[in-house]
Design a protein around this ligand. Structure first.
Ligand code: SF4
Length: 342
């Protein structure tokens, strides 16, 4: 482990990617990027990151942002609780920490939406504290470097990795060390059995490479298969308006806007009858489209009926242009509007 920092730091200095959130060590920027990067690829995050900062340039503006604006800025990134937690944390920073991001690890870790990984990333990158940030990339590097066959889906494997790393954090270069580990996992020690060992600064010391077992590592218990659920979505049109409703306050996509839907796979006649029961007086069935959306634990197999109506019923109606510019709609539903041309 003592060789890690001396090998990684010079490599990182010469090979790091130019990423917008690496241009300074401002905690708000590092925090926002780390939250966005959870479950999302770097290339996808770039645009979101700059749009978000343009609209909400600091913690104070995030704390005060209207929810619709916040969710619109997050639209398409998924896992919307991340956006809500960002705002909750910004409000706590305003109220408990005078508007300045806390420096103390325990205070950072106590903020909503911040787990061990993000707290370690912010502490080391922004405040040069010897705190590890262990995500899937870093676990993969370490499993291979040490030829460790521990199951990386177990919390104890993650904790042991963090302890082992924290013992070798280089003083005054903690942020670079954290980022070098992440960078190596993202660009060289790649997942799915295909590490680029010949380009790796660790190759002379890597036990998995020496033993020829890189492709077997890391060990990860197989995930339970995702459940599949059928849903029927109604895209209801009244002139230039489209109907939306709010999702329940708990569960998947809690509290967000959605196109009205129901469980199961309805026939066209059943869909029209449902619209009638909702008091919408359907006048014309325009088309049907089938879509799929994959969440972490469930896949929705969706059938969408586009129906013209002549009454508003109990739903909320939005102008199509407003829906594009101001209302955040989860991708599962948004995809029905993106492919719809009258
Ligand atoms: S030598 Fe290969 S397996 Fe070992 S850390 Fe480098 S890329 Fe990963």
């Amino acid at each position: 482990m003592n060789h890690l920092a001396p090998l990684l730091l010079p490599w990182f200095a010469g090979n790091k990617r130019d990423l917008p959130w690496r241009r300074d060590r401002e905690p708000y920027h590092v925090w926002l990027s780390e939250i966005m990067l959870q479950q999302t690829r770097v290339e996808a995050v770039r645009g979101y990151y700059s749009r978000f900062l343009q609209a909400l340039p600091d913690i104070a503006s995030l704390a005060e942002a209207p929810e619709d604006l916040l969710l619109k800025l997050w639209e398409g990134l998924g896992y919307y609780s991340r956006a809500r937690n960002l705002q909750k944390a910004a409000r706590i920073i305003r109220e408990l920490h005078g508007g300045s991001f806390p420096r103390d690890y325990a205070a950072i870790r106590a903020l909503p939406g911040i787990g061990d990984y993000t707290a370690g990333a912010i502490s080391s990158i922004c405040f040069d504290a010897p705190r590890a940030a262990v995500d899937g990339n870093v676990l993969r590097v370490l499993s291979r470097y040490r030829a460790d066959h521990g199951d990386i889906s177990l919390p104890q494997t993650k904790k042991a990795a963090a302890r082992a790393l924290e013992a070798v954090y280089p003083p005054e270069q903690c942020g670079d060390f954290t980022q070098a580990l992440m960078e190596l996992g993202a660009t060289v020690c790649l997942p799915n059995g295909a590490p680029l060992c010949e380009s790796c600064p660790l190759k002379a010391r890597c036990r998995a490479k020496a033993l020829g077992c890189q492709r077997e590592l890391p060990v990860k218990a197989p995930k339970k298969p995702r459940k599949s659920r059928a849903r029927t979505v109604l895209i209801l049109l009244l002139g230039e308006k489209i109907a939306l409703c709010r999702r329940p306050e708990t569960g998947l996509l809690a509290g967000l806007w959605q196109l009205p839907d129901t469980e199961g796979s309805l026939s066209a006649r059943e869909a029209l009858e449902l619209a009638e029961r909702w008091g919408l007086h359907p006048t014309q069935l325009l088309q049907m489209q089938e879509k799929r959306h994959v969440f972490t634990h469930v896949t929705w197999e969706m059938r969408g009926y586009y129906i013209r109506c002549s009454a508003e019923g109990e739903l909320s109606w939005f102008d199509r242009s407003l829906l594009q510019t101001q209302i955040g709609l989860p991708t599962a539903y948004r995809q029905f509007l993106d492919t719809f041309i009258v």
